[in-house]
Design a protein around this ligand. Structure first.
Ligand code: CP
Ligand code: NVA
Length: 306
């Protein structure tokens, strides 16, 4: 049987996506009440290929595999033959002979697809220039835990139409919520990605208007990894798009603020926003662990109905 990959949220059915959120909550609750006693992956290995920096993604995948009784292998492109030009497909075939799953953080989404096409074991997208689906599993999990069912609620994305924004757009479709995307001209998300989500996603230009009555507000850095040289231009172009407490005041009384982190206080968020009780980015970051454990379990073992 061909391996199941997770390259975007759209690789799941709606039903599977919802299952994963519930399963992640179950796995978390069991960990908190019983400790790491569930070890379905004794002696199994997850290879983690990083071509970009990471704190949360590396620690959550590695810790998740340890808690599952297995092992995670950190592979930096600098130290592997990938960095010296060994073809992606050859690397995928070699790793498939040895490990049980592969997680990749890279630049090119096409490169990730090429790897997955040659891999016999599940491949997980841990961020490309175009998507960050693992983060969205944690984000929807956090929203669900803190506020209940997200169906037909309204989320607002303020800022760059980047990889995180694209995954929020996919999530609106998969989890049936409405998404307002508010970005400056020239920084819109990709039209083809927006088109798939249909009328679940609407483009806004005015952040205060976008925030009005919203149940969730989120943003991300203005210059992503690989865009460091554009930092100064982007700070100018995103003037007026900083998420502030005043913006949250426009939203619904149950508004939740999320940020995938790392955050730049004083740029995309006010200096004090993460201290506001309406923000819960620490629980969000911690949920990377539980959401990805549910994902790994699903890709290797299939659904676990308890
Ligand atoms: N949010 C996120 O993916 O963080 P890292 O870059 O630290 O992995
Ligand atoms: N958009 C950011 C997300 C980091 C987790 C980046 O790609 O750098």
């Amino acid at each position: 049987m061909a391996a199941r990959h997770f390259l975007t949220l759209l690789d799941l059915s709606q039903e599977e996506a919802r299952y994963l959120i519930q399963r992640a909550i179950t796995i978390k609750n069991k960990l908190l009440t019983q400790g790491p006693t569930y070890t379905p992956f004794t002696n199994r290995t997850l290879a983690m290929i990083f071509e970009k920096s990471s704190t949360r993604t590396r620690v959550s995948f590695e810790t998740g595999m340890t808690q599952f009784g297995g092992h995670a292998l950190f592979l930096s492109s600098k130290d592997t033959q990938l960095g010296r030009g060994e073809p992606i497909a050859d690397t995928a075939r070699v790793l498939s002979e040895m490990v049980d799953a592969v997680m990749i953080r890279t630049f090119s989404h096409q490169g990730l697809e090429d790897f997955a096409a040659a891999s016999r074991v599940p491949v997980i997208n841990a961020l490309t220039d175009d998507y960050h689906p693992c983060q969205l599993l944690a984000d929807v999990m956090t929203w669900t835990e803190l506020r209940g069912n997200v169906r037909d609620r309204t989320a607002v994305w303020i800022g760059d139409g980047n990889n995180m924004c694209h995954s929020w757009i996919n999530a609106a479709l998969q989890f049936d919520f409405n998404l307002r995307v508010c970005c400056p001209e020239g920084y819109e998300p990709r039209e083809d990605i927006m088109a798939v989500a249909g009328d679940r996603v609407t483009l806004y230009r005015d952040p205060m208007q976008a925030a009005a009555g919203a149940n969730l507000i989120t943003t991300d850095v203005w210059a992503s990894m690989g865009q460091e040289e554009e930092q100064a231009k982007r700070i100018a172009d995103f003037a007026g798009f900083q998420v502030t407490e005043a913006m949250l005041d426009q939203a619904a009384s149950d508004v939740l603020f999320l940020h995938c982190l790392p955050a730049h206080r004083g740029e995309e968020i006010s200096e004090t926003l993460l201290d506001d009780p309406r923000a819960d980015v620490w629980q969000e970051a911690g949920n990377r662990l539980h959401a990805q454990k549910a994902l790994i379990e699903f890709l290797i073992l299939g659904r676990i109905d308890e």
